[in-house]
Design a binder for this molecule. Structure first.
Ligand code: CAA
Length: 291
């Protein structure tokens, strides 16, 4: 775990680009800690879905008596929902959490160039794409860094901070301090597909899919083995449903393309399920079905 140095600056406003599972979770984390959040989505439908994620997650916290109605209203009141990227103009930090497409991410970083101030830190929540390559789309690559949150972001403690060879030291220190201030555990790593956790995790997840595909054991037994034999909070197939099979497929593909071993060649059934629209919890069906 990286021990953060003192931050050289304070933050008030955080821009979050993309309010899917991860973006909405990240927005919630910052709003819970009193930050003003500007959440941006590409169109009104996506924006409504993002708002719903946030309402659902905070309502769950109210039901569990972890938050009062008033605190929920205040938290949601700190978030501006918008489809205009220009609304992040005043942000101290912008975190991009859109789909795992290099082209889409680079396009956003290019557009941000003309919108944000010189002092703004730009972060990407990519799970496996090159932070260095994303940063080259912007005229200030030294102020670009990776902040990789884990799903569900409001719950998981870890944030991987990914520094590129050009990330300014002060930016690294500031973001590490900010993550610690959010009550998260920062770890710092270099810019290699999968960073630390996904490099270790995804070979295992893919192996579980192959085992299921080969009908070696049922989904329930594969998951039970890892939960009750190894103490994991979830079995691998249930975890894939949580991550999203489309996201998992993209991560495996990227890791495989970057020359890793066969363990990361996505199991064929994963692609078939993605094509069929079985993306896991978010579509109500993956390895399991959900209400
Ligand atoms: N959003 C917000 N809060 C959530 C949540 C969500 N989606 N899901 C669960 N929670 C909260 C609950 O409200 C509850 O909070 P309190 O303790 O404050 O009441 C707490 O989490 C525990 O939830 P539950 O009791 O409902 O269920 P659980 O104890 O089985 O925990 C879990 C659920 C947190 C998901 C747990 O099973 C877990 O940690 N699973 C492993 C998740 C994991 O490995 N994530 C990493 C995936 S890899 C990744 O994200 C990287 C990538 O690039 C893809």
């Amino acid at each position: 775990m990286s021990t953060p140095a003192a931050a050289s600056r304070s933050y008030t406003t955080i821009g979050v680009l993309g309010l899917g599972t991860m973006g909405a979770g990240i927005a919630e984390v910052f709003a819970r800690h009193g930050y003003t959040v500007v959440g941006v989505e590409k169109d009104d439908d996506a924006l409504a879905r993002g708002r719903q994620y946030l309402e659902h997650s905070t309502t769950r916290a109210v039901k569990r008596e972890k938050m009062t109605d008033l605190e929920q209203r205040e938290l949601l009141g700190r978030i501006t929902f918008t489809t205009a990227l220009a609304d992040v103009a005043g942000a101290d930090l912008v975190i991009e959490a859109v789909v795992e497409s290099l082209q889409t991410k680079k396009e956003l970083f290019r557009e941000l160039d003309a919108i944000v101030g010189l002092d703004t830190i730009l972060a990407t929540n990519t799970s496996s794409l090159s932070v260095t390559e994303i940063s080259t789309a912007n005229s200030r690559p030294g102020r670009v860094i990776g902040t990789h949150f884990f799903n569900p972001a409001p719950v998981q403690q870890l944030v991987e901070i990914v520094r590129t060879v050009v990330t300014e030291e002060q930016v690294l220190e500031d973001v590490t301090a900010l993550v610690a201030e959010l009550g998260k555990t920062p770890v710092v790593c270099g810019d290699k597909a999968g960073f630390i956790a996904n490099t270790l995790l995804f070979g295992y997840l893919n192996h579980a899919v192959s085992m299921y595909e080969a009908r070696y054991a049922t989904r329930e037994d594969i998951d039970a083995a890892m939960r009750f034999g190894c103490g994991y909070p979830m079995g691998p197939l249930a975890l894939l449903d949580l991550i999203g099979l489309d996201t998992a497929y993209e991560i495996l593909e990227t890791m495989y393309r970057q020359g890793r071993d066969r363990l990361h060649a996505p199991s064929p059934i994963l692609k078939q399920m993605v094509t069929a629209g079985w993306l896991g919890r978010k579509t109500g069906r993956g390895f399991y079905t959900y209400e």
